[in-house]
Ligand binder design. Structure first.
Ligand SMILES: Cc1ncc(COP(=O)(O)O)c(C=O)c1O
Length: 419
């Protein structure tokens, strides 16, 4: 029998769930959907879907081009969305917000547009093993083409950055510290403010992967001392195909464009071109303008719930999930204690491969993620090839935490019978 959870949050999760059409569906065998894969991609509230339908039905037209009423309206909506992003992350200037296709594109823009231009042989780029491939591989390419060297901050046994090693690793040779604000596997929340300060002390810049942190906690690029910030719309309750690169204006002015074509130019001659001012300089071609407007609607929605409320509720869910899961025999939970991490629970179950586990959970309607989660260096370090990951959002319930744990217990029984 499941004990009722006692929690103090006044968060009205049932009302919130009604905002997400997908959550009320039944899956195979009439199972309700228990969606615990928000870290991979979040679900979308009705207001986001409606706003995008409104764009398509009422004023769809290319932006910054047409001198007609539809083009004007669509451009205004796009620039309103840019302003919403600016305010959401505390940037000082709307021109510091570049729309991209997602975190991966944003990080590539920094590694290529800044890295290839400013890195020299012997310069150092500081990474760490918990990074997503999107914040490792672009730096490998930049290092290869410039002769820069990749260094890695070691992790503590419980999956945090070993901050003491920074004294040794951060030197005047360090030019870039690229770090995730929240690990997509361990859930570790990294001390971005301190890292920024220490990077700046040696003259380095900091590039923050905000894919997991921006949707779940307040971000302030100026007080955090962040030079570059990347995140994705689809993890922030917005659509796919849209993301953001924030960078301080002087950095955007100094670095090279990554993609070239229409809209990003000032003058084009047969043999050469000059660039438009940022952000246009980094938005070659037709930008995903309807998706950007959808992201703006998602930001409005998140703000209407309150980021502090969201963070508090998700933390309570995470604590409950960790507490219940740690009681299951044979389960190993990865990463630091739930107090030091976001609402992500990655784990292994003795004798059960993560893919088999997720398959069995899926039969109960419980959607989790299994695999290396685009973090092979981290899995190498953990001596694992794959892990199971449940990730939570404000639309999840304590009853769903129970479903997860009960489904894991049931999966263990299936395998015990099979052996
Ligand atoms: C920490 C982190 N960084 C980067 C990415 C890449 O995001 P996208 O696939 O939206 O570009 C992800 C996606 O899972 C992530 O979790």
């Amino acid at each position: 029998m499941t004990m009722p959870h006692i929690h103090s949050s006044p968060f009205d999760v049932e009302a919130v769930r009604r905002d997400f059409p997908i959550l009320s569906q039944r899956l195979a065998n009439d199972r309700p959907l228990v969606y615990l894969d928000t870290a991979a991609s979040s679900q979308k509230p009705r207001v986001v879907i409606d706003k995008m339908v409104e764009c398509f039905e009422q004023y769809n037209s290319n932006v910054h081009r047409g001198i007609h009423q539809l083009g004007d309206r669509m451009t205004t909506e796009l620039e309103n969305a840019r302003e919403k992003v600016r305010a959401f992350i505390g940037a000082g200037d709307i021109d510091e917000i570049v729309f991209t296709s997602g975190t991966t594109m944003s990080l590539n823009m920094v590694a290529h547009g800044w890295g290839r231009k400013f890195l020299k042989a012997g310069d150092e780029i500081l990474l760490n093993p918990m990074e997503h491939h999107a914040n490792i591989v672009p730096w490998q390419l930049a290092a290869k083409s410039t002769g820069a060297v990749l260094k890695f901050i070691p992790l503590t046994d419980d999956g945090r950055l070993d901050m003491q090693s920074l004294d040794r690793l951060l030197t005047p040779r360090t030019k870039m510290l690229a770090v995730t604000a929240m690990s997509n596997v361990l859930g570790t929340v990294n001390p971005v403010g301190e890292l920024a300060r220490r990077a700046h002390d040696v003259g380095a810049l900091i590039c923050v992967d905000g894919a997991q942190s921006v949707p779940h906690s307040a971000t302030d690029v100026r007080s955090g001392g962040i030079d570059f910030l990347a995140f994705s719309g689809h993890k922030l309750y917005g659509p796919t195909g849209i993301g953001v690169l924030y960078a301080r204006k002087e950095l955007l002015e100094a670095m090279d464009p990554f993609l070239a074509g229409g809209h990003m130019i000032r003058e084009v001659y047969e043999q050469s071109s000059t660039w438009a001012d940022p952000p246009a300089k980094f938005e070659a071609g037709t930008c995903p303008f309807v998706e950007a407007v959808g992201l703006g609607a998602a930001i409005d929605y998140v703000l209407s719930l309150g980021l502090d409320q969201i963070a508090k509720y998700e933390h309570e869910l995470s604590i409950a999930a960790h507490r219940r899961m740690s009681d299951v025999e044979g389960v190993r939970i990865l990463g630091p204690s739930p107090e030091q991490k976001g609402a992500i629970l990655s784990f292994t179950v003795e004798g059960l491969h993560a893919h088999d586990l997720s398959d069995l959970l899926d039969r109960e309607g419980v959607a989790i993620r299994a695999g290396h989660h685009c973090t092979m260096p981290l899995h190498d370090l953990l001596n694992l090839t794959s892990t199971a990951r449940a990730s939570f959002a404000f639309y999840n319930t304590f009853a769903e935490v129970d479903c997860l744990v009960e489904a894991v217990l049931a999966a263990k029984k299936v395998f015990r019978r099979g052996t």
